[in-house]
Each structure stands twice: as structure tokens, then as C-alpha cells.
Design a protein around this ligand. Structure first.
Ligand code: ADP
Ligand code: MG
Length: 239
């Protein structure tokens, strides 16, 4: 395996507050990497640094062999990063299939557009809803459609910040299956989460943040058994 993403000594300071301090995050090509930690640990800030909505105070970010530290988000997207934001931004009045078509049209040759659209509908388990306006889908289905639109860009790395926020346990589990399905097709996935059940379901490698620093890292089985990790979770959140 080779690295697809590496942050080195990454720092983000807001006023006098260090939200992210000296973070070295390494993501290998093809893995599902979860970034976890209690509320306020700096997960979303690190996410925003990686995608480029925040510029780091210091440190660097290398994506797919290129230093992207000073790049704009759209430049990172062009070189293969795709982002699933926390709140869905689907076109609510348009049918599901058309939402997918809009996302796919610049990334798939016109001749295979219909076929690719059907493949995505199936992958997302939205075939039966293809003609429904996106705004009429359940919350979970809208999130899946949003994931589908992020996948339509044919990224090499997809980043998701709390993709299961507001979902029922059933929807959460299905989201885990969906993530595993497109990971099996070769896509690298970085997920920011605090739901431990979901992390257990999907994660291979885990980086734990606490007070903006890397607190622990390793395979999920080691992280689950680490009493220090349990302690920061039990002390701070119900997870
Ligand atoms: P998490 O996603 O792990 O819950 P965040 O990255 O959202 O944590 O926040 C980490 C810390 O940085 C928190 O103390 C938060 O209040 C602070 N923070 C986050 N974003 C900003 C901002 N734009 N301005 C000032 N402080 C911020
Ligand atoms: Mg957050």
C-alpha cells in the first residue's frame, strides 16, 4: 500500500485557541480511515484543513504526491478529493435521477451516462425512488444521494464529516454497508465520526484526536481495546 494523504505537523489556531496541534495523519491508499474523538477534539477543523476550507496556521498537507497546503478546495477536488458535507445540498425540486445526472455529466462520457446513473441508483439503493423529487426522500436517503453525488466526481479519496448524523440505527448501518461497497471498488475513505458502533462496523485504521492532538492511532481492534481511549470517551461523551 502507498500513502494517499499525509498531514505533517498540522496546526490551526483560532485567536488564542489551538484547535489542531501538530497533527500527523497518514492515510493509505484503499483504506477506510476513521478520525474519532470527543466533541471539540478538533475533528471537523482537521477535516476542513484537509479539504481546504481552512488554511493551516502551520504544517503541510500532501495529497496523492502533491503538496496541496495552499490550494483552494476546488483545486483539491480537481485532483481527486471529494467531499460529503454534513448537511445535504441536493436539488430538492429535481428528481433523484436528475440530481445524479447533474453530478455525473462532466465525469462520464455521454454514451454511458444512463447506464452509470442506473448503476449509482442501485449502489445507493435508490432505484425505486429514482423519479421522486429529492426533497421528498427521507433524511437518510438524501444523505445517500449526497454521497452518490460526491462519488459521481470519480474521486480517488472521499472525505465525510459525520455522514450518519441524524440517522436511525438502521440507516446508520446501511450507510456503513454503502461505504464498504464503494471502498471495495478501490476508493479510499476518510470518515470523521463519534458514533463508536458505526466506527466498529467500518473502520480499518483509526486516528484518535483529543484536545487537537493525535492521542492514539492504529487498527480498530487495538483502538477499541485501548483503555485510555475508552476513558476519554466515557469522560466526555456517551459513545
Ligand atoms: P470536533 O469536530 O472534534 O467536535 P471542532 O474541530 O469543531 O471539534 O472544534 C475544535 C475546537 O476548535 C473547539 O474548541 C471549537 O470551539 C474550536 N473552533 C472550531 N472552529 C472554530 C472557529 N471557526 N473559530 C473559533 N474556534 C473554533
Ligand atoms: Mg465536528
Amino acid at each position: 500500500m502507498s500513502e494517499i494523504l499525509r498531514t505533517s505537523a498540522l496546526c490551526k489556531r483560532f485567536g488564542g485557541h489551538d484547535a489542531v496541534t501538530d497533527v500527523d495523519l497518514i492515510v493509505e491508499r484503499g483504506e477506510i480511515h476513521c478520525l474519532i474523538g470527543p466533541n471539540g477534539a478538533g475533528k471537523s477543523t482537521l477535516f476542513k484543513l484537509i479539504v481546504g476550507t481552512h488554511i493551516p496556521t502551520s504544517g503541510s498537507i500532501v495529497f496523492d504526491g502533491h503538496d496541496v497546503t495552499g490550494q483552494r478546495p476546488y483545486e483539491r477536488v480537481k485532483s481527486g478529493m471529494s467531499i460529503k458535507m454534513q448537511t445535504p445540498s441536493v436539488f430538492r425540486e429535481l428528481p433523484v435521477w436528475q440530481n445524479l445526472q447533474i453530478a455525473l455529466q462532466h465525469h462520464v462520457p455521454p454514451a454511458s451516462l444512463a447506464q452509470e446513473q442506473d448503476r449509482m441508483l442501485e449502489l445507493l439503493d435508490l432505484s425505486a425512488q429514482h423519479a421522486k423529487p429529492a426533497g421528498e426522500l427521507s433524511h437518510g436517503q438524501q444523505q445517500w444521494l449526497e454521497i452518490g453525488m460526491a462519488l459521481a466526481l470519480k474521486p480517488t479519496l472521499i472525505l465525510m464529516d459525520e455522514p450518519t448524523a441524524g440517522m436511525s440505527p438502521d440507516e446508520t448501518f446501511k450507510t456503513g454497508e454503502l461505504i464498504q461497497r464503494f471502498n471495495a471498488q478501490g476508493l479510499t475513505v476518510v470518515v470523521v465520526e463519534h458514533d463508536m458502533a458505526f466506527i466498529r462496523q467500518i473502520a480499518k485504521q483509526v486516528t484518535v484526536l483529543h484536545y487537537g492532538k493525535v492521542f492514539a492511532r492504529g487498527p480498530i481492534d487495538d483502538i477499541i481495546q485501548d483503555p485510555r481511549v475508552a476513558e476519554i470517551y466515557l469522560g466526555k461523551t456517551h459513545a
